[in-house]
Design a protein around this ligand. Structure first.
Ligand code: F6P
Length: 541
């Protein structure tokens, strides 16, 4: 579906934007005492307060018109029905099937995939339970105490993010490490203090061909065999998570120790598939079931709630509003939780790999902006580094602020102080500080222009009851469906990632040019040729 910028809803939004773009949140709140009630919605275990956005009731009506005109609901239903909405790869997009209850039926090419999903979950649960209770023994008869997930992108970010988020729910007697980078330092640092006899490697790769993962997996195998002195040790210390059984076998892992998934699960949508094996070992099968239940809660909300009260749809529409009408280039995501330190990084792949597209589904160059840059750090850390630019810089940066009502630590004061900061930031960003207010406080006149904070900086505030496996699943699914809705409005394929291929191909060409004994005949551009030559001459022996 092309012609977005010509569509009636888009044109109406453009005209409306011209009228309301300078209206201040101070005015909007002053004019309507019910603003919070009107612009907040309850979801499963959380509240979305979007009242501190630069929108009126008319803005939301027009944005919802846009969603309907772009057939967001029909596209959503097509996804849930297993239609091949990833058109460039001709694949269904069914991460929602990964968390469907056992008795659900979701068809791909006429076959119900839910029983297969649960068969893998059951196999994961048996294995995770054996590792956790010590009945899965290593080659020398010792129990496993260290789990090292080797994978990158979607085969890494979700597991690491989830482990950090859910550490209070994890087995504290075990150590979890995550190796992603092909820089050998990543593997060396992750394993330097580990006893190989107690270490399990989970090689996670959808394709089982990714250079970084295969290189790290080969080094892990050499490390383990070197330490334990036998090739036979591989069988007790390596398991694989992949869709590619042939490659797993070729690597030397018995496919009895492989946990599968399917081509209808995108890498960045896979943390709730077998890619979550390390998460399940950490928090146990029951904890993982809770995580999946949280995903499913949000799936049900997204599938059944009218767009007016549909959290992912509303968040997506607000992103479109700022991205396409205010020209905002980025979205900040600031979780007020140290446990969610890796959540922004996780969301970067989810959103930027999904919606960083320059052509629509017909392959035509778009004449509008698509996915924004996603970035963020936990609060309050960010307040003491980059928030200055959000408060007083020249760029409009809409932010999602995420907080939890109940703390995971019982230290006195900490949580109230944390949450006070969260609420204060949303307030300061929205309302700022005027010259009159400064004068009334006795601020020296010469400082006034520097101290004025214009405000009118928009935020969404997500207030979650508590960080648990269930609410984490719900939050991730919230962003998955947010990304989906944005992509549906922009008319792009949010489920392919052709752009990352070129760099991979070029690296494969350069590898032999770096490793060959004799100086290679280089045929790149002058810059690349010179860089390769200098590297070869200076890298040492
Ligand atoms: O390079 C991007 C990518 O293909 C991601 O989409 C994916 O999550 C990652 O690489 C890892 O891929 P794999 O799981 O196949 O190793």
């Amino acid at each position: 579906m092309s012609g977005l910028t010509e569509s009636p809803a888009w044109r109406a939004l453009a005209a409306h934007h011209a009228q309301v773009k300078d209206v201040h949140l101070r005015t909007l709140f002053a004019e309507d005492a019910q603003r919070f009630t009107k612009f907040s919605v309850e979801g499963p275990g959380l509240l979305l307060d979007y009242s501190k956005n630069r929108v009126t009731a008319e803005t939301m009506r027009l944005l919802l018109d846009l969603a309907r005109e772009r057939q967001v609901e029909q596209r959503r239903d097509a996804m849930f029905a297993g239609e091949k909405i990833n058109i460039t790869e001709q694949r269904a997009v069914l991460h929602v099937a990964l968390r469907a209850p056992r008795d659900a039926s979701i068809l791909v090419d006429g076959r119900n995939v839910v029983p297969e999903v649960h068969a893998v979950l059951d196999a994961m649960a048996r294995f995770a339970a054996q590792v956790r209770d010590g009945s899965w023994l290593g080659h020398t008869g010792q129990r496993i105490r260290n789990v090292v997930n080797i994978g990158i992108g979607g085969s890494y970010l979700g597991p690491e993010m989830a482990w950090r988020a859910l550490r209070p729910f994890s087995d504290r007697g075990m150590r979890f490490r995550f190796v992603a980078n092909i820089d050998g330092a990543d593997f060396v640092e992750a394993t330097q203090d580990l006893d190989a006899a107690e270490t399990l490697f989970v090689i996670s790769s959808k394709t089982f061909t990714t250079l970084e993962t295969m290189t790290n997996a080969a080094s892990a195998r050499a490390w383990l065999v070197g330490k334990l002195g036998s090739e036979a040790a591989v069988a007790r210390h390596f398991v694989a998570v992949s869709t590619n059984a042939a490659k797993v076998r070729e690597f030397g892992i018995d496919t009895a120790n492989m946990f599968g998934f399917w081509d209808w699960v995108g890498g960045r949508y896979s943390m709730d598939s077998a890619i979550g094996l390390s998460t399940m070992i950490a928090i146990g099968p029951e904890g993982f079931a809770e995580l999946l239940a949280g995903f499913h809660d949000m799936d049900t909300h997204f599938r059944t709630t009218p767009l007016e009260r549909n959290l992912p749809a509303l968040m997506a529409l607000l992103t479109v509003w700022y991205n396409n009408f205010f020209g905002a280039q980025t979205v900040g995501v600031m979780p007020y939780s140290a446990h969610l330190a890796r959540f922004p990084a996780y969301l970067q792949q989810l959103q930027m790999e999904s919606n960083g597209k320059h052509v629509d589904m017909q392959g035509k160059h778009v004449d509008y902006e698509t996915g924004p840059v996603i970035w963020g750090e936990p609060g309050t850390d960010g307040q003491h580094s980059f928030y200055q630019l959000i408060h007083q810089g020249t760029k409009l940066i809409p932010c999602d602020l995420i907080g939890f009502c109940r703390p995971l630590s019982d230290l006195p004061h900490h949580h109230d102080y944390l949450m006070a900061n969260l609420f204060a930031q949303a307030e300061a960003l929205a309302f700022g500080k005027t010259a009159e207010e400064l004068a009334a406080e006795g601020s020296p006149a010469f400082q006034t222009p520097f101290r004025v904070a214009e405000g009118n900086r928009p935020t969404n505030l997500l207030l979650v009851d508590a960080l648990t496996p269930r609410s984490l699943g719900m939050l991730v699914a919230l962003y998955e469906h947010n990304v989906f809705t944005q992509g549906a409005i922009w008319g792009i394929d949010s489920f392919d990632q052709w752009g990352v291929e070129l760099g991979k191909v070029l690296a494969q060409r350069i590898i032999p040019e770096l490793e060959s004994a004799a100086a290679p005949a280089l045929a790149h551009d002058s810059s690349t040729n010179a860089l390769i030559t200098r590297y070869r001459s200076r890298r040492g022996a």
